[in-house]
Each structure stands twice: as C-alpha cells, then as structure tokens.
Design a binder for this molecule. Structure first.
Ligand SMILES: Cc1cc2nc3c(=O)[nH]c(=O)nc-3n(C[C@H](O)[C@H](O)[C@H](O)COP(=O)(O)O)c2cc1C
Length: 191
C-alpha cells in the first residue's frame, strides 16, 4: 500500500490548513493510501544551526527525518506567511533534509525521488498562491517530484462548513483530484 505523510504548516488551534489537511487525508485514504498525519507540534525542533547539527543533532529532527524517509510520498498543506512558507514548516524541512550517519551531503533520504503535492488555505482572496510557488520550488530543490495539481482555498474564514467540509465544489473536487494523482504518482515512483 502506498504510504503518504501529511504535514500541516500551521499548528494553530482552529487552523484552516489543518482542516484542509484532514479533508485531504480522507481523500488520500479513499484512493488507497496509508496516511500518517505529522503534527509538527509533536517535534521539538530548534531553529536549524550548523553548530547544533554538528554537536547535538536534535533527536526529534532525526525522528522526523526517519518518519518521512519511511513514506512513499508527501502532502503539505500550509498557510502563506508574508508571501512565503511559514518558518515552522521551512525549519522542519531544513532539518529533515540534512545528512545523518554515513550519508553524503545530498542524500536527501526523506525526500529524494518521491512524489509530493501542495495545498494552501488563506484568509486572503489569493489563497496562499505565493507561498505555494515557494513551497513547490523548495520541494523541487530537495529532489521531490511535485505533481502539477494543487489546491488553493481563498477566503478560508468563509470557506468551511461547521463539520469541516468545504463549502465550494471546486476546491473540494480539486482536493480529490490532487489526492488521486498523488497516490498514483507516489505508487509508481516507489515501485
Ligand atoms: C506572520 C503571518 C503572515 C501572514 N502573511 C500572509 C500572507 O502573506 N498571505 C496570506 O494570504 N495570508 C497571510 N497571513 C494570514 C493567514 O492566511 C491566516 O492567518 C491563516 O488563517 C493562517 O492559516 P491557518 O488558519 O492554517 O493557521 C499571515 C499570517 C501571519 C500570522
């Protein structure tokens, strides 16, 4: 079974991106994936520093890296902060991208050659598009294959029903389409 990790780039209580991540996880499962929800609040990740990496590589950075390394694919659902990726998410990616043990500098064992998909919910009318453009570039840099489908939920404060479902049919259908493609591509790349 194809395994997919789902990371939300916000740990805020009531986060629209966490809500979108839950919806997407259900669609990934509906398309046959085994989903692991990754709660970044559960990992004690200091801001990346070369000194820390050399002297006391954080146990949780290694745990996050190993968790991701065991997956076939990755879905990131993240808000946009000041036109880019939240520091919480970027810091987690930076730690998980670092070589450990006998690995070479660009081993990228958590990411390399795997499929990824990206989604964003934002209170702005632009739906976090600028953040996703940066996120796509970051994931490509760490040698993931980012599928072309992506999901934007603009005006997110008005976009969800009380039960957490999406009010509009278009983003809901895009979540399903993106989930289906991610499971398919991740499965092919992992074979
Ligand atoms: C530091 C900060 C910067 C933000 N910058 C942007 C931005 O550039 N574009 C945008 O659409 N929303 C921006 N927002 C608003 C977020 O879209 C909004 O807070 C959203 O609810 C965050 O996602 P969440 O609900 O998943 O926590 C920013 C919020 C914060 C806290």
């Amino acid at each position: 079974m194809t395994s997919i990790a789902v990371i939300a780039g916000s740990t805020r209580e009531g986060s629209y991106n966490r809500a979108l991540a839950r919806l997407a996880a259900a669609r990934l499962e509906a398309h046959g994936a085994a989903v692991t929800m990754v709660d970044l609040d559960a990992f004690d990740l200091p801001i990346y520093s070369d000194h820390l990496e050399k002297t006391a590589f954080p146990a949780d950075a290694l745990a996050l890296k190993e968790l991701l390394a065991a997956q076939d694919g990755l879905l990131i659902v993240s808000p946009e902060y000041n036109g880019s990726v939240p520091a919480l998410l970027k810091n987690a990616i930076d730690w998980a991208s670092r070589p450990t043990g006998d690995e070479g500098l660009v081993a990228l064992t958590a990411f390399r050659g795997k499929a990824a998909a990206i989604m964003s919910a934002s209170i702005s009318p632009f739906g976090g598009l600028r953040g996703l453009m940066h996120l796509r570039q970051i994931l490509t840099t760490i040698q993931m294959l980012v599928i072309p489908e992506q999901v934007l939920v603009p005006l997110a404060h008005a976009g969800f029903e009380e039960d957490g479902s999406l009010k509009e049919a278009l983003p809901a259908s895009l979540v399903d389409m993106t989930a289906a493609r991610l499971v398919k591509v991740a499965g092919v790349l992992a074979a």
